[in-house]
Design a protein around this ligand. Structure first.
Ligand code: ITT
Length: 199
């Protein structure tokens, strides 16, 4: 069965393909990049779940195929949950991971180690062309480093050190990150739904 992955973020895409394959889900995965003429939907929701559903519905409607979407971000306790749904454009330029991370570290420069708790959230949404929808969320809690470390992953991975580990997400192998990550949890939660509703 064909399934659209409604994302143009290649960091996410790589992880999604690995997570779904490891869960023994073998759909014919087609990326949003295969449909350059379909415009990106405006992410007008105020939660990760709302935005994930907006993206999934847009692609399912436009293609007539089942679509899954990922809306995710980093929520910092001392910032009241920011950047949150604005994580991809925190510095003003959408998708500039380096600028976003640098700005966030600057904003947190006076925050002591014991107050640097944060978590990644991922909302995994499935939408069918008939309008049926499901959404599952996953989280990864940790603390924020003062300096980036590691070269794997994407986004804020070099500054988030998951609880119970001494490395940042960017210092883990892709398999290790997927095992514990917000995205791994959310999409493994969606797998039974995919089996039931998509086949
Ligand atoms: P699509 O909407 O096309 O999927 P996007 O990058 O615009 O791509 P989001 O609005 O969901 O997607 O923003 C997600 C941002 O949150 C992403 O750009 C990263 O900065 C951050 N993020 C999400 N998951 C992450 C992870 O696993 N590791 C590090 N940063 C992550």
């Amino acid at each position: 069965t064909r399934l659209i992955l409604a994302t143009r973020n290649h960091g996410k895409l790589t992880e999604l393909k690995a997570i779904l394959a490891a869960a023994d889900l073998h759909h014919d995965l087609v990326c949003a990049d295969a449909y350059p003429d379909i415009p990106d939907v405006k992410e007008t929701g105020v939660t990760f779940a709302e935005n994930a559903l907006l993206k999934a519905h847009a692609l399912a409607q436009a293609t007539g195929l089942p679509a899954v979407a990922d809306d995710s971000g980093l929520c910092v306790d001392v910032l009241g949950g920011a950047p949150g749904i604005f994580s991809a454009r925190w510095s003003g330029s959408h998708g500039d991971d380096r600028a976003n991370l640098t700005l966030l570290l600057d904003q947190l420069s006076d925050v002591p180690d014991q107050h640097r708790a944060a978590h990644f959230t991922c909302a995994a949404a499935l939408a069918l062309p008939d309008g049926t929808e499901r959404v599952v969320e996953g989280r990864l809690r940790g603390t924020l480093r003062r300096e980036p470390a590691g070269t794997h992953g994407f986004g804020y991975d070099p500054i988030l050190q998951p609880d119970g580990d001494t490395r940042t997400c960017a210092e883990m192998s892709p398999e290790e990150k997927n095992e514990i990550s917000h995205r791994g949890k959310a999409f493994r939660g969606l797998v039974p739904v995919l089996r039931e509703m998509v086949g």
